[in-house]
Structures are given as C-alpha cells and as structure tokens.
Write a protein that binds this ligand. Structure first.
Ligand SMILES: [Zn+2]
Length: 288
C-alpha cells in the first residue's frame, strides 16, 4: 500500500454509531450490519459529514472484528462487512476526502483480565486491518482504546501492512489525572504508542468536552506527533425514550477554538456528535 502524507490540519467527522441510532438503528443492534442491510443510510451519514465540512470520514467498521461479529452471529460476514464499509465510504467521498479505516477494541478482555491471548488478539486485529487496507482506506485509525497493551497489539498488527496508522485512547479525568479505565496514564500511553511507531496519537470518546480539554493539553505537551482529539458530546441522558447528549454545536465550537489554540492538529467528534456539530468547522476554515 502506498503511504500517504497527511495535511498539517484535518477536521474529522463526528459519530457514526450514535448517528445511525438517531436515524433509526435500534439500540443494541451492531451498526456494522447496516453496511449489508442498509448501505444507503451509512452513505447518507458520510455525505452529511462531508457536506458539514469533514475532511476525513471513518468507515462504519468500528466493531467489525471477528470477536464482536461472532457475538452478533455475523462471523461469516467479516470480509463482506469490512469491505463494504470501505466501498460505502469511497462512494460517499467521491475522492474528495480521506478515508480512515476504523478499528475499535476487541470487545473481550486480554489476559490476565480475560481469556484472549496476545497472539489471538494480534490475529483478530490483523484480519480486520488487512481487509480494510486491501479495500483501499487511506489510513488506519485505532480508536477508543481503554487498555494500552491492547492498543499496542492493534498498532503492531497495523504496522505489518505498511499503512499510516493513528491511535486514540479513551481517558477518564479523575482526581486531576487522566487515566484509562485500566489505569494507563496519558504520558505512558502516548510515549509507548509513539515509540512503537504510531503516525499520530490522541484521545477520543470519554466523558465530554471539559475533561477532553485537560487531556488534550497534556498530550500536546508530551509529543511532537500530530494529535487527534475527538470528544463525545457529554454524558448522555434518557429523555422520552431517547439518549440525548448535552453538548450543543455552540459548545463544540468553543471546544474547537480551544483545540486550535492549543495547537491540536486533527479534530473531530465521537459519540453524540452530529453533522450539525461538525458544521462548526466551516467557521474556522479561513483561519487554517
Ligand atoms: Zn465515543
């Protein structure tokens, strides 16, 4: 695969999973199944993000690894689901934006916390990454990692395919400290990912915009690599049978301004962000 050079600043898209739910995907149903069952809905979300100003869209393949698909009874569809995910993104992109191949966590715990060995984990990540790379993504984005060891195995898997690869971890801000739920601190996580050859690093998801500002500040100080920050739109609440995320597009706009002032290279949104949130990027384009 030909390695690409990324521009100095990139605006990514917003959430895929929660956006598909907002458009009718039942909660609990794996979003990846829509690559086969309703590809035009996935394409519509991509197109809405591109229209809003995203320069990178992420394939609808976050949960498309063998372990997660097996749980959903879709194991035999792994090739098709991932390949189609890239095809849909390419069709929506019309060659105008970058396509990131989304890779999420395994969905089961690595030993010693669970039963998955490092070898099995590498096999599972490699299988999905290979399909995405062969289908033509521009780079791989390993995201929402909450255990450094798992992130490093995913990174090692991606490096085998000579593709550009970014890794974002999900940190929680507790008692003036950012850590993953597995206890990996920000400094160690970012340093290790950099040492093992990540092309860019960062943080995504988490508890919302305010915590993410503190996390982004720390990451920016400890690495010269490009940094990607994708917060979710706060902690959701149930309202009339629907999950509602509190951060408004205006909150997101203030956040983007802070990120640009901090020197964050790549900015996008995670759970609960919509094309309306991503639309605020347009206001910053003249400054780029
Ligand atoms: Zn998220």
């Amino acid at each position: 695969m030909k390695r690409i050079n990324l521009p100095k600043r990139l605006f990514f898209d917003g959430a895929m999973g929660t956006e598909l739910q907002r458009r009718g995907l039942p909660a609990g149903s794996p979003p990846e199944i829509l690559n086969l069952q309703n590809p035009s809905l996935v394409e519509e979300v991509h197109r809405d993000y591109i229209k809003a100003g995203a320069m990178v869209i992420e394939t609808n393949t976050f949960g498309g690894n063998r372990i997660r698909l097996r749980r959903a009874g879709l194991e035999d569809k792994i090739e098709e689901i991932n390949r189609k995910g890239v095809e849909i993104a390419k069709k929506a992109s019309e060659g105008k934006v970058f396509i990131a191949g989304s890779i999420g966590p395994l969905g089961e715990l690595l030993a010693p916390f669970g039963d998955i060995t490092e070898e099995e984990a590498e096999e599972v990540f490699s299988e999905q990454i290979k399909i995405l790379v062969e289908a033509g993504v521009d780079f791989i984005l390993i995201e929402t990692m909450i255990y450094l060891q798992e992130a490093l195995i995913a990174l090692k898997s991606a490096k085998k395919y000579n593709t550009l690869v970014g890794v974002t971890m999900s940190f929680e801000w507790i008692r003036n400290h950012g850590r993953t739920p597995f206890g990996d601190d920000i400094e160690t996580s970012i340093k290790r990912l950099q040492e093992e050859g990540a092309d860019f690093v960062g943080a995504n998801c988490g508890k919302g915009i305010e915590d993410m500002i503190k996390i982004a500040e720390i990451i920016r100080k400890i690495t010269d690599l490009p940094v990607l920050i994708q917060p979710n739109a706060g902690i959701p609440k149930w309202e009339n049978g629907k999950l509602v995320y509190p951060a408004t597009p205006n909150d997101f706009k203030i956040f983007v301004e802070k990120m640009l002032n901090l020197g964050i290279d790549f900015i996008g949104g995670c759970c609960g962000t919509t094309p309306t949130h991503i639309g605020v990027f347009k206001e910053f384009c003249p400054k780029l």
